[in-house]
Design a protein around this ligand. Structure first.
Ligand SMILES: Nc1ncnc2c1ncn2[C@@H]1O[C@H](COP(=O)(O)OP(=O)(O)O)[C@@H](O)[C@H]1O
Ligand SMILES: [Mg+2]
Length: 403
């Protein structure tokens, strides 16, 4: 739990305490250490539980609450006090800050404001070093051409990440017209990206999780809109907020991009930590990879995040060699995934992920290896690792599998 902010809350008002708790409980970066309904007991609760943050709701009795803030600042100086009030009276804010509060939020608390306050507190506590609370990892999966395997990879990567109980993972289908991530997971979702985008300012973390569809693998899915007419309702700004909210809720976000490289896709590329560019070993694909890399290089911060994933290695003898591909693209191949048409078509048609349907298959192992490499700290070491471990396994595929 060392990379999580531990929080204790005091609010004599049951309903506002419950709603604050609901918001906090859905956040991965927060561990709710203790709750208390009486101001007079809270200093002891904090002394005993030693949380990073003490959240004090001051509405029930301002004088008592401010006294408590001052007491906490003295008796538990390591605990950052965050004051919440339904009033934004400047005098009250001043009094709270003078008493020792580090942050002040007004009710109803907006998620963005809470995140901002928590971010500032964690920065002050941990600095910019490695001990910062674990952030969310955003992985955008895009492709060099239609049908290259983007969705297959995004869905199965999401399931592979969700296999680790420490992770909470969501997949967002950003192919707004024709996305089919829901088919791969055999789900009929109640809500889509449009619902979440339109309500993003009103959603708390619990509601957000309820709006997503949870697959038995543990992966949460936010699917594309149902109606074509609804696509226009999702603006790039909305998506930015949705991703921001989801980053605070999940340890990993996988974004399945469309092939149109629209403003929506660009938001995803900008917000991602890793961009997996999926290609196959044929001329049209590699030509597009070169073009895309040239465009990405013009976009601030995107070029460096791109990792080339070669899919369907061993598809046929006419394929361009990996060496030639590497030379043409001018960068290393991050990961190779073998061709296994039968398994891939089965998992899609049955709506069952690879780890469930074919856990031992080389394609599954390659995706698990890629998930592990992405979550490992040393990325350069990770690419090398596949070079060593993957090649011999892939070799069998060259000879045994065809289309
Ligand atoms: N490694 C693979 N081996 C064989 N077939 C694959 C592989 N990856 C994907 N496919 C197949 O390619 C087709 C297109 O995949 P899909 O993920 O829908 O691509 P995209 O999202 O890029 O359009 C599907 O029929 C899928 O089963
Ligand atoms: Mg797709």
């Amino acid at each position: 739990m060392s990379n999580v902010l531990r929080l204790a809350i005091v609010d004599p008002n049951d309903s506002s305490r419950e709603s604050l708790k609901a918001m906090l409980l859905g956040m991965d970066m927060i561990w709710l250490e203790a709750e208390c309904s009486r101001y007079e007991f809270f200093a002891d609760v904090v002394a005993q539980t030693n949380p990073d943050i003490g959240l004090v709701s001051v509405d029930r009795d301002r004088d008592k609450a401010l006294e408590l803030v001052a007491r906490l600042a003295e008796s538990s100086p390591d605990c950052s006090v965050l004051v919440v009030s339904s009033s934004n009276d400047g005098q009250l804010i001043l009094q709270a800050m003078r008493a020792g509060a580090k942050e002040f939020l007004t009710q109803p608390v907006r998620i963005e404001d809470l995140l901002g306050a928590l971010g500032r507190i964690s920065e002050r506590r941990f600095g910019r070093g490695d001990k910062k609370p674990r952030g969310s990892q955003v992985i955008a999966v895009c492709g060099a051409i239609g049908g290259v395997g983007t969705t297959s990879i995004a869905v199965n990567l999401g399931c592979a990440l969700a296999r680790d109980a420490k992770n909470s993972v969501a997949l967002v289908d950003l192919d707004l017209c024709l996305g089919d991530a829901d088919v791969f997971l055999d789900t009929i979702p109640d809500y889509t990206l449009v619902d979440v985008a339109q309500n993003v300012t009103r959603l708390d973390f619990t509601l957000l999780k309820r709006s997503l569809t949870k697959h038995s693998s543990g992966l949460f899915l936010l699917p594309r809109p149902v109606q074509l007419a609804d696509i226009a309702l999702v603006t790039p700004e909305d998506l930015q907020r949705v991703i921001g909210l989801m980053k605070a809720t999940f340890t990993h976000l996988v974004l399945d991009l469309s092939k149109s490289y629209s403003p929506i896709d660009l938001v995803a590329l900008e917000m991602a930590h890793h961009v997996l560019l999926v290609t196959q070993l044929d001329l049209p694909c590699l030509r597009n990879v070169v073009r895309l890399l040239m465009s990405f290089a013009e976009m601030k911060g995107i070029g460096d995040k791109v990792k080339i994933v070669v899919n369907r290695v061993g598809l046929d003898h006419g394929q361009i060699t990996l060496k030639k591909a590497r030379d043409t693209i001018g960068r290393d191949i991050f990961w190779q995934l073998p061709n296994d048409y039968r398994t891939m078509i089965e998992v899609r048609n049955n709506g069952v992920p690879l780890i469930e349907h074919a856990p031992k298959a080389a394609i599954t192992q390659a995706i698990l290896g890629m998930a592990e490499a992405l979550t490992r700290d040393d990325q350069s070491g990770a690419s090398e690792a596949q070079g060593r471990a993957g090649r011999s396994r892939l070799f069998g595929f060259f000879t045994s599998k065809g289309k």
